[in-house]
Design a binder for this molecule. Structure first.
Ligand code: NAD
Length: 339
């Protein structure tokens, strides 16, 4: 089985590459990534010499390059993680989100149609459903909850989801979509809540929390997410959407306090800042479908996952310090020479 993993130099994609190489030693994994600011090739250094792994620097919007790769490699499966993924950046500059998240996805699916494929899997987000009120803890997102987006990021992901569904129906492309909640774990770019707070707390810097900090997210340990995608590839039904959630809702402010507690830092570091525009209040996923159909359940308790994650950032200071200094962006040139 040959699997193309797009966005494999990013947070979830790299964890998925590690998971798949370990779980399926007979699979070939090709990581396709254009190495934007969020892609970090040094994350993949431990698998670079694995004979079952190959890295290709390529933009999913580059139709010619993508077709050439598919013609040469003849992949069986494509898992699309590549995306612009940060909501705040989408508010600053929506255009690149539309180009990568929508056009890029269509280029990949056109390549799948042209060269034949067993499965195209789109990694999507619970943010496509919009948000839920804080005072209705009985409400959850289901796969048939209407799409109702708030940010340019979530709108671009919802648009891609609609396109994926359309390619499935119109062209009979064997597609699946998963919509997951907020992931946490190793190798997450330190602009996202958990790694940002860990890194700033370690440096005794202020911990900026949007608004009242009561916005609720459902946190999913990244390895549990990878397991779910692998199960969908193996036994998921083409044309279906699967929600993946951690059964673990927490307010942002409580996460930040927990990080302070683990790192023995005072809450006085916390600073409430002007709220994000259009900030969603609560996301909560009902993962019953993937549980009933594929037997998946989140295995990592948040108290264990967050401990492991904090310890990973403590043990891998070089990784995130290289990001903050910008040095990580030279890694590709060091490995392959300047282009
Ligand atoms: P990330 O930002 O850490 O990584 C994205 C990767 O995609 C980077 O390596 C980047 O270089 C690559 N990329 C971006 N544009 C590209 C392009 N045009 N061509 C090729 N590669 C490109 O993102 P992440 O947090 O790992 O998220 C992965 C996927 O999961 C995304 O599709 C995101 O929408 C989805 N998702 C993430 C979360 C989360 O909590 N992180 C939650 C729900 C869904």
């Amino acid at each position: 089985m040959k699997v193309i993993v797009t966005g494999g130099a990013g947070f979830i994609g790299s964890n998925f590459v590690f998971y798949m190489l370990k779980k399926h030693p007979d699979y070939e994994i090709i990581c396709l990534d254009s190495l934007t600011y969020a892609g970090n090739l040094s994350t993949l250094k431990d698998v670079m010499d694995n004979p079952n792994f190959k890295f290709v620097k390529l933009d999913i919007r580059d139709r010619e390059g993508v077709y050439k790769l598919f013609e040469e490699e003849k992949p069986d499966v494509v898992v699309n993680f590549a995306a612009e993924s940060h909501v705040d950046r989408s508010i600053e500059n929506p255009e690149i989100f539309l180009e990568t998240n929508i056009i890029g996805t269509s280029v990949l699916m056109d390549a799948c149609r042209k060269y034949g494929i067993k499965r195209f899997h789109q990694v999507s987000t619970d943010e496509v459903y919009g948000d839920l009120p804080l005072d209705r803890p009985d409400l959850f997102f289901h796969e048939d909850t209407p799409l109702h987006t708030s940010s340019p990021y979530s709108s671009s992901k919802a648009s891609a989801d609609l396109l994926v569904g359309a390619y499935g129906r119109t062209f009979n492309l064997p597609v699946t979509i998963s919509r997951c909640s907020n992931n946490y774990g190793p190798y997450q770019f330190p602009e996202k809540l958990i790694p940002l707070m860990i890194q700033r707390a370690l440096n005794n810097e202020k911990l900026p929390v949007y608004g009242d900090g009561k916005n609720v997210r459902d946190w999913l340990y990244v390895e549990d997410h990878c397991k779910a995608i692998d199960l969908i590839l193996e036994n998921g039904r083409p044309g279906e959407v699967y929600n993946i959630g951690g059964h673990n809702e927490m307010a942002n402010i409580d996460i930040v306090k927990l990080i302070c507690d683990y790192l023995d830092k005072p809450y006085s570091l916390i600073e409430h800042v002007t709220d994000r525009k259009g900030h969603d209040r609560r996301y909560a996923i009902d993962p019953e479908k993937i549980h009933n159909e594929l037997g998946w359940l989140p295995e990592t308790m948040f108290k264990d996952g967050i401990k492991k994650t904090i310890q990973w950032y403590l043990d891998n200071k070089d990784w995130w310090e290289n990001i903050i200094s910008g040095d990580y962006q030279n890694y590709y040139d060091e490995m392959y020479g300047k282009k």
